[in-house]
Write a protein of this length. Structure first.
Length: 472
């Protein structure tokens, strides 16, 4: 046990390492189905039929049992229709949802934090049935081909569907998913030449997309409003070749005195591949004043800010103003232990979605062959320094030398690990806090200022070239 007087509360690291009953079996059933899907379900072989049967057996005691058993039988005979593929995708998602729920319950037990809402209300709203049916047909064709059987002709079948969806705001979520999925598949064609198939990832994308084609599944989530004080904990910066997103994790204290809540606020922007490092903040800052508050160590006062049941603030600067100074580590020690986690949307119940803010103290950092680990009360916890962005002063070296860490508890490849967002370390015998998002609102740091200037120059060149093209 970690001492009970540890700042921020007790972290039962031993619980994070303990086995969870049924988890391995659920994942094995998902893997068996993914292998069957990889080979294609047009002319299934005995091994694929066994994988389908294993999926059906895993949900035998649930309301899905009869429909999945029929779907598995039809698929094993090479006679599955769209409804059968939907049933198989639902079974796969339900199993991963059960894994998500078990892991989330274990995290709540390990942190001693109040349990959040189990599942958020499903999205509503009607959508264009014809284009959803077209998407479902394409995804069914993919299942029949399998990842080993894809070619450019099959993958290209999504292009007209995506084009038809994009003008409708209610369908853009699914359109973006299909577009990105098709791009990954196209880059991997022909499937027969692949050395390794990312079966779990493509199975995730396929099943999620198929379920989103059901009417109403991709509708906008229900929202309420938030009025109170927002206390930032840290920023998770996610970068892609053509886009960047910053997600601020924070504790929200309602003005009516209700229990504090864990919330998120995200902002994203398209980006050219020449803008990297600290320059990324230039693309994001104009859209969210919260980034300046994070870098300045301040709270934000919210009045009527839209918020979903899943704890996502639909950020608009008109509902927020800068508040008093608020140190992230003070927030983590005082407010975080009593903050309730948000509910989870049905289709978001997946272990890859777990990202729970935690405060770790009293650990020993050790760099080994498998990377950096924190040892708490004799239990080793993996530290994912690869997720630490280059757009801030937080470095793997600072994490290694730290004495306290605010991070996101995640689960990957069968184990829990932590992604650092901020650390406390000692510099010249004085405690210093280092935030991954410290440069979000601007910086006087030499390295950060140099990267900002390079990004400014690159953006100016791009604007000038774009202007030239428009003038032509």
């Amino acid at each position: 046990m970690v001492p009970a007087d540890q700042g921020g509360g007790v972290m039962r690291a031993d619980l994070l390492a303990a086995r969870i009953d049924g988890l391995d079996e659920a994942l094995a059933a998902v893997d068996a189905f993914d292998q069957a899907l990889a080979a294609g379900l047009l002319r299934p072989q005995p091994a694929q039929a066994a994988g389908l049967a294993e999926l059906a057996a895993a949900v035998a005691g649930t309301p899905l049992a009869a429909r999945v058993a029929e779907a598995a039988e039809k698929a094993a005979a090479g006679a599955a229709g769209e409804d059968h593929f939907v049933a198989l995708a639902a079974a796969r998602s339900a199993l991963l949802g059960s894994v998500h729920d078990a892991l989330t319950a274990r995290v709540e037990e390990a942190t001693g934090r109040p349990a959040g809402g189990a599942t958020a209300p499903a999205a509503g709203g009607q959508q264009a049935l014809n284009v959803l049916a077209a998407a479902r047909s394409w995804l069914s064709d993919l299942a029949r081909c399998g990842w080993r059987g894809i070619d450019h002709e099959v993958v290209a079948g999504s292009s007209q569907i995506v084009s038809a969806m994009l003008p409708d705001p209610a369908l853009r979520r699914l359109a973006s998913l299909l577009d990105g999925f098709a791009a990954e598949l196209a880059a991997s064609c022909p499937g027969a030449a692949l050395e390794r198939v990312p079966a779990r990832r493509w199975g995730d994308l396929w099943s999620r997309a198929l379920l989103l084609t059901l009417p109403g599944a991709a509708g906008a989530p229900a929202t309420g409003t938030a009025t109170g004080r927002l206390l930032p904990l840290g920023v998770d910066l996610q970068e892609h070749a053509t886009a960047v997103q910053a997600q601020v994790h924070a504790v929200f204290e309602p003005a009516d005195g209700a229990a504090p809540l864990l919330v998120r606020a995200s902002v994203s922007a398209p980006k050219p591949d020449t803008v990297v490092g600290a320059g990324l903040w230039q693309l994001l800052r104009p859209h969210m004043s919260l980034l300046a508050a994070v870098s300045q160590g301040r709270s934000m006062d919210l009045v009527g800010m839209p918020v979903t049941a899943e704890g996502d603030l639909l950020w608009s600067d008109r509902y927020a103003r800068q508040g008093e100074p608020a140190d992230a580590f003070s927030t983590a020690r005082v407010a975080l232990p009593t903050a309730t986690g948000p509910a989870t949307a049905p289709l978001d119940r997946h272990p890859a979605r777990i990202a729970v803010p935690v405060l770790l103290e009293g650990y020993a950092a050790e760099q080994g062959d498998e990377g950096l680990t924190f040892t708490l009360a004799g239990q080793r916890l993996a530290v994912d320094t690869d997720r630490v962005p280059s757009a801030g002063p937080l470095t793997p070296e600072a994490v290694t030398a730290s004495v306290a860490c605010i991070g996101l508890l995640r689960w990957d490849a069968g184990v829990f690990g932590v992604q650092p967002l901020a650390v406390e370390t000692t510099v010249r015998k004085k405690p210093v806090a280092v935030q991954a998002g410290a440069w979000a609102g601007g910086t006087a740091d030499k390295a950060g200022a140099k990267a900002e200037k390079a990004a400014t120059d690159a953006a100016a060149v791009l604007r000038e070239r774009a202007g030239r093209l428009l003038r032509k």
